[in-house]
Design a protein. Structure first.
Length: 458
């Protein structure tokens, strides 16, 4: 076989790339079992494959694209949240947390190589069209999503405001794909909504954790206090896919006087950190309820777990998503970025959120049908459709409790069973609004707060 003149150059590039890849894959240098010889033999195989492809493939191969594909493939085998971002993709990620962008408004992931909805964002085209957690996006336009990366899929879903995008989705229980056409819009950056449910009982919804979330939350709370004394507060984190870590810590810090809010533990010491509460002088004494469901992930679980461990709130709803891993964004010289899972989150008591999630104190099942549809019936086996969670994702990392003192509990209860719904005190207040009658989780939260207020007075 003829050898081209650029083989040695290509080989050197491949070896350099290979060394970088191996350094990322090595979990602990002190326990790596492969010898140096084994490592270089693997890199030699990589360079040979690259050369064979360049020399024999039916069409000319772009070496840069081939190597980029190898990097993406390597990261894909690690876990669902690690990825390589080309310069344009890296800019898109930065825009998500700092400015407005146009799109359809969903948090997505890859499950079994299929683009899957984690959660629709409230107030967006996707939310209005009734997309829900667990929906599989099989096609975007006429293009199959199976071979798309997450960032490539995001780019195709985004576009100018007012433009249309058609997606084909499949949902458990459906016989055929369903095409949904959405009109792209500006996805709201203001992530906090608030209102007074009844006199003395305000409600604050956090849609996701963005750069201004804590500022907006404090303003909303101050405005609600002006309407009258707060007897109890409901914080709604349902279908909140997460966002910025520092914002979740600051939100929890508003209600926690002292102690740990969340900690992170990674393979290397630099990834270990502990975030502490600063205390508010006991400013907020009213009862607190936090609503969660299967779409509550990451930063949402940090807030719920911290308030639960410190006994500052009653958690009501359904078992959360279980996304308890930390992604570090590493800028590359080329303008690209590396999103790498580097640690796990732990609640103040040492519980791992990863692949487990937060178990509510009071379990109230989530509604499972889209508005206007009757797919909330049991399937042929008499079971309710299953929500997508972190543990269902391919290559998800475990909860990291193998060397933790709480591992004994995990062995006894691999997955905590939801606690039986507790009875809450009945009240003689006026009939609840239509909104409350349709939202059992919210209704339960309000009823509980009223009961706590009554018993508190006694």
């Amino acid at each position: 076989m003829k050898i081209s003149t650029n083989r040695s150059v290509t080989r050197n590039i491949a070896l350099a790339i290979g060394v970088a890849l191996v350094s990322l894959l090595a979990w602990n240098y002190s326990t790596v079992t492969a010898t140096t010889q084994d490592t270089y033999e693997s890199l030699e195989a990589f360079s040979k494959v690259l050369n064979l492809v360049q020399e024999n493939y039916v069409e000319e191969v772009d070496s840069q694209k081939a190597i980029e594909g190898a990097i993406k493939g390597m990261l894909f085998t690690l876990d669902p949240h690690s990825s390589y971002m080309k310069p344009d993709d890296f800019k898109e990620l930065q825009v998500e947390t700092q400015g407005s962008f146009t799109g359809i408004g969903i948090e997505i992931t890859m499950k079994d190589n299929i683009l899957t909805v984690v959660s629709p964002i409230e107030g967006t085209p996707a939310f209005a069209k009734g997309l829900k957690a667990g929906d599989k996006i099989v096609k975007i336009g006429d293009e199959q999503t199976q071979d798309l990366s997450l960032m490539e899929a995001v780019k195709r879903l985004r576009g100018p405001k007012g433009s249309e995008v058609t997606i084909s989705i499949h949902r458990k229980g459906w016989a055929d794909l369903k095409e949904i056409t959405l009109i792209r819009d500006i996805i709201p950056i203001h992530s906090v909504k608030s209102k007074m449910l009844e006199p003395g009982y305000p409600y604050i919804r956090i849609i996701n954790f963005q750069a201004q979330t804590t500022t907006d939350f404090k303003k909303a709370l101050t405005d609600l206090e002006k309407e009258g004394k707060i007897k109890g507060l409901i914080i709604d984190l349902r279908n909140n896919p997460g966002g910025l870590l520092d914002q979740s810590v600051k939100i929890a810090d508003i209600f926690i006087d002292d102690g740990v809010i969340v900690s992170t533990k990674g393979r290397i010491k630099e990834q270990n950190s502990v975030f502490y509460a600063h205390g508010n002088g006991g400013k907020y004494k009213f009862p607190l309820v936090v609503l969660v469901n299967e779409g509550s992930a990451s930063a949402s679980e940090i807030v719920a777990g911290a308030l639960q461990d410190h006994k500052k709130a009653v958690i009501i709803g359904a078992q959360t998503f279980g996304k308890g891993s930390v992604q570090t964004i590493i800028p590359m010289d080329s303008g690209a970025g590396l999103r790498l899972t580097t640690a796990r989150y732990y609640t103040p008591s040492g519980r791992s959120i990863q692949a487990t999630g937060i178990t509510p104190d009071i379990t109230v099942a989530s509604p499972i049908s889209m508005p206007g549809e009757n797919d909330d019936k049991e399937d042929e086996q008499g079971k309710k459709p299953k929500y997508l969670r972190e543990k269902d994702l391919r290559h998800h990392i475990d909860n990291g409790l193998n060397d933790n003192v709480t591992q004994k509990e995990e062995k006894q209860k691999p997955e905590e069973k939801p606690k039986t719904k507790e009875k809450v005190p009945a009240t003689k207040d006026k009939p609840q609004s239509e909104e409350l009658s349709k939202d059992q989780q919210l209704s339960t939260a309000l009823t509980l707060l009223k009961g706590l207020n009554v018993f508190g007075k006694k």
